[in-house]
Ligand binder design. Structure first.
Ligand code: ADP
Length: 244
């Protein structure tokens, strides 16, 4: 299986506080990876390091064989909801259009192929009827579908989703996971921060269990074990949903 992300002894600190230590990972193409760990475990930080958005303290990251900043065209990121400013006055189709700009030079305009992709993606996420609405007037679930459409319109090779199901109804969650599974079939790699442990086995092929250190990375059957989950959550486990 083709490796798309390789991380070699990564450490990240914010000031004097170390939040990720000695992470080694090898992420393979065409899989959905659940990124699992308690709040503050460093999951978002791991995403930002792979996306080249933050300075790492030590270690190396290769994305599609390149430095992270040189791979940006092929990487799409849906941040946690609270990190997105939804007050800006912009309509839905403009948000989705932004997804195509990663492929364009400064003076290059979108063409008919881009507009076809934008249209198809809005149909796929059932937001075509909302295309002229202001993003700030939509419900949380609708907004999330719009931001996901922006990420998908980019046609990325690797998709990073940070808690995409927060504030989303179950019907939308099911349709999004179906879309993600189809993308993975086509070879897209998906990294999904996900908190509902009861759906991890259904949604993901592999897991990355993390709590500042890497607890494990591998297929659900061998890695998403009670023992590894207990190690990941430590004493917090009893607070979580029962794991089926
Ligand atoms: P998770 O996504 O697993 O909840 P984060 O990666 O967001 O964890 O955060 C890991 C730790 O780093 C937390 O203790 C958080 O408070 C801290 N942190 C995150 N971002 C910053 C930042 N920009 N500056 C300082 N500390 C940060």
């Amino acid at each position: 299986m083709q490796s798309v992300i390789k991380i070699d002894d990564l450490t990240v600190s914010y000031g004097n506080t170390r939040v990720l230590s000695n992470i080694f990972l090898n992420i393979e193409a065409g899989n959905i990876y659940g990124v699992i760990g308690p709040n503050g475990a460093g999951k978002s930080t791991l995403f930002k390091a792979i996306l080249g958005m933050i300075k790492v303290s030590s270690g190396n990251i290769w994305v599609l064989g390149k430095e992270p900043q040189k791979a940006y065209v092929d990487l799409a990121y849906l941040p946690q909801k609270e990190e997105v400013d939804i007050q800006f006055p912009v309509i839905v189709s403009d948000v989705v259009r932004i997804g195509r700009l990663a492929h364009k030079g400064v003076f290059e305009r979108l063409n008919s192929v881009d507009y076809e992709i934008i249209n198809q993606t809005m149909i796929q996420l059932d937001i075509l009827k909302l295309k002229d609405r202001s993003i700030s007037d939509l419900s949380g679930g609708q907004q999330q579908r719009v931001f996901l459409a922006r990420a998908l319109a980019q046609r990325p090779k690797i998709l990073f989703l940070d808690e995409p199901f927060v504030g989303v109804d179950i019907k939308t969650e099911m349709s999004i996971i179906q879309i993600l599974k189809e993308l993975a079939e086509e070879g897209v790699t998906i990294l999904l921060v996900h908190h509902d442990l009861s759906t991890v086995s259904n949604y993901c092929d592999q897991v990355i269990l993390i709590n500042q250190r890497l607890i494990g990375c591998g297929p659900i059957e061998t890695t998403f074990t009670d023992e590894n989950i207990a190690k990941t959550y430590g004493g917090q486990l009893k607070l979580l949903h029962k794991i089926s």
